[in-house]
Ligand binder design. Sequence first.
Ligand SMILES: [Zn+2]
Length: 251
Amino acid sequence: MATDPDKARRDPVTPEPGPGPAPTGGAAAAGPGTRTSHDRPGPRSPAYPEPVDRLIQEMATLPGIGRRSAERLAFHILKSDEATAMRLARAITDVKKSVRHCRICSNLSDGELCGVCADDRRDRGLIMVVEQPKDLIALEQTGMYRGVYHVLMGRLSPLDGIGPGDLTVADLLRRLDDPSVNAGGTPVREVVLGLNPTVEGDGTALYLTQEIRRRGVKVSRLARGLPTGSQLEYANKAVLADAIEGRQAVD
Ligand SMILES: [Zn+2]
């Protein structure tokens, strides 16, 4: 990934989706730097000064950021005062230098253990499996869960060639097999699957269920169905089916 800017510099053609027809408004990158992609074959037509160009290229590597947004962000940084820009630069350096993954659950952490694993008030015999650290944050914000977590760092996706070996599955199973590697050396009695209700999330849940049951540990999963505040008539079939299947006794 670090080679991106160089690659972009070698390539005289803008690395945008379509150099030619540009379906919707692509050709309207009407900034001062607009140039037709078939200009001279020169090394790099100097649309922007090189550092600006490089910043745009780097911004464009971020998820969800196209060329136009990358330009906007780059110009925002150019316009902002030096202290603000440096704060951003420092936040990026710090996150790469000091943030790592928790030794036990793979959650983001600035130490060997994350805040959840290190907290002995948590129920360490109950593990919630989630796909990403951001899922963990969302669950923590409810304040409803007192167990610990395991972050898979993705989900199984055979079509993309992502198998159990690409995730932290082995670490999870080790926590079940050997309590001494779990937080506080606690034996695990239940695993809650908090995976996304998608085809891949369900496939991952199925795989994990088999592996966990084989170890004699109870498996449950988060309820699914109607979101609070929604209306039946607008819910799709899959959501309604889940809601019927996951109905609860009224007490
Ligand atoms: Zn942890």
